[in-house]
Design a protein around this ligand. Sequence first.
Ligand code: SAH
Length: 243
Amino acid sequence: MVLVGTQHPRNIGAAARALKAMGFGALHLVAPAKFPHPDASALAAGADDLLEAARISATLAEAVAGCILVLGSTATRRAVPMPELAPREAAARLLAASRHGEVALVFGPERTGLENSELELCHASVCIPTEAAFSSLNLAQAVQVLAYELRLAAMAEEGIEAAREPLDERRPASHDEMERFFVHLDQALHDIDFHKGRSGVTVMRRLRRLFLRAAPDERELRVLHGILADARRMARLAAGKAR
Ligand code: SAH
């Protein structure tokens, strides 16, 4: 679990307690306002080991760099159009992906929630269904609900462990590999003059959404890089001829 910009140390402690009770160990804090803090330890009520082992990063991008699946939890629908998962679906996706690599479930700061720029780093959002007019849960309670769903999913899976099919060979691309691809894609679009003077921001946002939804594996990314490299080479040749 990744907690971004948590303001109240009590929520960090309560989140650690919720996680430990559900059998999870890894807590990642991004720029917490106050940590370590006695209030966090007080509310952890015995889950201090999670607090001590908590990793701390300056940015969300840094925290999820090695992750192959990143889900952002939000109370309200945001301006960023992205697939929205129900808690149960999200738990199943996280569990399945965790067999191939690291996964992250991200929570925003108490007052403001996750910023759009942070949600853009996520493959999908997760929303705990609530009353429309009162949708925002306490941070640690939201952690509890989603950790519980993950536990249910893990328990159900243990039950069918024996019948599981062999793992396929796909290793989904990591966050870093996806970001490198987006930089390359942006360069190629410029080289082939796709934007024609317009700002490419909206198009890039749509393309990010498309490729994050497709969740390519490393081999597929290599093919895409190859296509982009050829497109750029052809654009250079064409520019040379036009001169
Ligand atoms: N006003 C903020 C609420 C932040 S609550 C907002 O509109 O987003 C702090 C964090 O708890 C949120 O960023 C989210 O990660 C989690 N959270 C709270 N309520 C949630 C809900 N109904 N579904 C999913 N996550 C929720």
